[in-house]
Design a protein around this ligand. Structure first.
Ligand SMILES: [Zn+2]
Length: 385
């Protein structure tokens, strides 16, 4: 009899499970979210009583910021994670948000308002609002997965003059200005020299040259890898210290736990201290325990950060041109300064770049590769006069 009941129960469970899955699939096909609530949303009821999602006012801004940071292409997942933690974002159950969680978030189409379940063949507009717009989402995914967008798309959408004042006229040393000039049928964007007027170049041309320059200065990938390896070695050294520090913290935690036990037993079992003394001791030991746990957590963060930092540095040198293309105006200018602290000069045809580009040189070591590349492609070093 028991055997039959057990078999029936199992059969019943299977049916329930299947019915449930079928129901979930049907709901998903109507654009409903049938999985655990994604961070940044909360459950809400539609007028007809059916469940849906709405933005969670406390956490949604964090998630939006994460997407916006990623979309610039200037911040690695590690950096974004640090910023979110600094601002106090926690995971769904209140635990710390992890790198894996953030990676999943930044690829989850639910945030652009789509319900996508590949195994069910579902890809449909959600019945709840998007947290970021489609363009921001796609840019973030592209930045994180490293798919190259088109320069043209950037130029269509960005009428700013990022190189204005950063590039100087090589004839009279005045910074170039950016301006729209009227043609017969349309307006054209130009960079101009306001001094000697010998430089006047279409915006697209100068910016395309600049992107070429960044591409030419890009170090060979072996060099970037060597550098990464060197950083990793150094990190491993530091990691030994972190391990030692963590062992010391574990030791301290153990000591504190024992002290807590002694305080409790002195009060409860031995009657050696009064209630007030007990509470004072207990509060102190609890506080020290908390501090020790925070210290331990810090060592865990140290351990985590290397991947993100390394990936970001590699990203920055390998993808300097793409990053510049995708960045907003302010960030483009920041990148320009980082790559060429003393600016660039342009003679109307070519960039005449100064010998020193510390950013790229650092990645080259002493090989002189950068200088050779610059010379070969016609970017003549400007000698001091
Ligand atoms: Zn000039």
């Amino acid at each position: 009899m028991d055997g039959i009941l057990a078999a029936f129960n199992e059969f019943d469970n299977n049916v329930r499970r299947e019915r449930c899955t079928t129901g979930m699939q049907a709901a998903a096909k109507r654009g409903r979210w049938v999985f655990p609530t994604p961070l940044g949303y909360r459950v809400a009821l539609k007028p007809d009583g059916e469940k849906t999602l709405e933005l969670q006012p406390e956490t949604a801004p964090f998630i939006r910021q994460a997407f916006e940071m990623a979309a610039t292409g200037l911040h690695g997942v590690g950096e974004i994670l640090r910023e979110l933690r600094r601002r106090g974002l926690a995971g769904r159950r209140g635990g710390p948000i992890t790198s894996t969680m953030l990676h999943k978030i930044l690829r989850n189409p639910v945030y652009k308002g789509r319900v996508v379940v590949k195994s069910w063949g579902v890809d449909i507009a959600a019945d709840f609002p998007a947290l970021v717009d489609e363009e921001c989402f796609d840019r973030a995914v592209r930045a994180i997965t490293g798919v190259k967008p088109l320069l043209a798309a950037y130029q269509r959408n960005n009428p700013d003059f990022p190189l204005r004042r950063f590039v100087r006229c090589s004839h009279c040393d005045r910074p170039l200005t950016g301006a729209w000039s009227k043609g017969k049928r349309a307006r054209y964007a130009y960079y101009n020299c306001p001094g000697c007027h010998r430089v006047s170049v279409p915006q697209q041309q100068l910016e395309a040259r600049f992107v070429e320059l960044l591409d030419h200065l890009r170090p060979r990938s072996e060099i970037v890898r060597l550098l990464s390896a060197a950083v990793l070695d150094r990190w491993n050294e530091e990691q030994k210290e972190v391990t030692a520090r963590r062992a010391a913290i574990e030791q301290r935690l153990e000591t504190l736990r024992q002290r807590k036990e002694r305080v409790v037993s002195a009060y409860l079992y031995e009657g050696a201290i009064d209630k007030e003394t007990y509470q004072a001791h207990l509060a102190r030991v609890e506080e020290e325990l908390t501090l020790a746990r925070i210290d331990r957590y810090d060592t865990e963060i140290d351990e985590f950060d290397i991947e993100g930092t390394l990936a970001f540095a590699e990203h920055l040198v390998n993808e300097s041109s793409r990053l510049w293309i995708e960045a907003g105006l302010a960030q483009r200018q920041r990148l320009q300064k980082l790559f060429f602290p003393s600016g660039l000069s342009y003679d109307g045809e070519e960039f005449r770049t100064p010998v020193t580009c510390p950013f790229f040189n650092n990645f080259e070591g002493t090989s002189g590769q950068t200088r050779r590349m610059v010379a070969r492609t016609g970017f003549e070093p400007v000698l001091p006069t």
